[in-house]
Ligand binder design. Structure first.
Ligand code: GLP
Length: 240
């Protein structure tokens, strides 16, 4: 694991945005893996700004998001599809049909199989952006998820529902399940960049980097990936 520590989250977002822009310019048909949550919002703003000001071209880029809530249609304001359209896709010149977010309604089992098939058909993911949950989850792979998992329906733990409750009016509205790329799906990506900032992420970052590789800390499997770079601020890196 390569670890980059930044003095401010602003510098961190700029570095990640630069990394993504560089990948897109080097390989205009790149397949990008994308994430949601609050962590990447500023990075996406920078990508939108760069596209507007410098014309970085996304018309051949293909994207796959990590996860989606079960029960929310893409038109729902708290769905991850809606989030991605607003924060990123609508700010770039990427055709929406080249953007993929798991579908959390309908026949979920077949949606999961189809998602894996689509990733394979696109040639696999070149660069995967990840955040990390306070309990060490990646995507919506909660502690205890098999390292062999592919895209699947995952139950969300109480702490994740509470943490994500801030995006909903009440905690009761937070879906209790999600469709998520599995740990195996994430490990098959060619390169991973993970961003984390704030003291609330410090323990999860410590366990990911220095703890044993265990299904109790899903992100710890990243120690076994050949090409991972962490983008941290000093608070998130404080326990390393
Ligand atoms: C959610 C997402 C994860 C994300 C995590 C952290 O649970 N499924 O992909 O990494 O939240 O979110 P935040 O960046 O808001 O702390």
């Amino acid at each position: 694991m390569q670890i980059n520590i930044f003095q401010s989250s602003k510098a961190l977002h700029q570095a990640i945005a630069n990394k993504i822009i560089q990948s897109v310019k080097t390989k205009p048909g790149s397949v990008l893996g994308l994430s949601t949550g609050s962590s990447p919002v500023e990075t996406y703003t920078l990508l939108g700004r760069d596209h507007k000001e410098n014309g970085t071209d996304y018309h051949r880029i293909v994207t796959f998001n990590l996860d989606e809530y079960v029960g929310l249609k893409g038109s729902h304001q708290q769905s991850y599809r809606y989030f991605m359209n607003i924060h990123l896709f609508n700010q770039l010149n990427i055709p929406l049909e080249q953007t993929h977010v798991p579908i959390g309604v309908g026949d979920l089992e077949s949606n999961c199989e189809e998602y894996e098939r689509q990733i394979q058909a696109a040639g696999g993911i070149d660069l995967q952006l990840l955040g990390i949950g306070i309990n060490g989850h990646i995507g919506f792979n909660e502690p205890g998820t098999s390292f062999e998992s592919s895209t699947h329906v995952a139950p969300l733990l109480k702490e994740t529902i509470e943490a994500n409750g801030r995006f909903f009016e009440t905690t009761e509205e937070v879906p209790t399940k999600a469709v998520t790329m599995g740990i195996k799906t994430i490990m098959e990506t060619r390169e991973i960049i993970l961003l984390a900032y704030g003291s609330h992420k410090a323990a999860a970052v410590r366990d990911m980097v220095n703890g044993p590789v265990t299904e109790a800390v899903p992100a710890s499997i990243l120690q076994k990936h050949a090409h991972v770079t962490l983008y941290l601020d000093e608070e998130a890196a404080a326990l390393l």
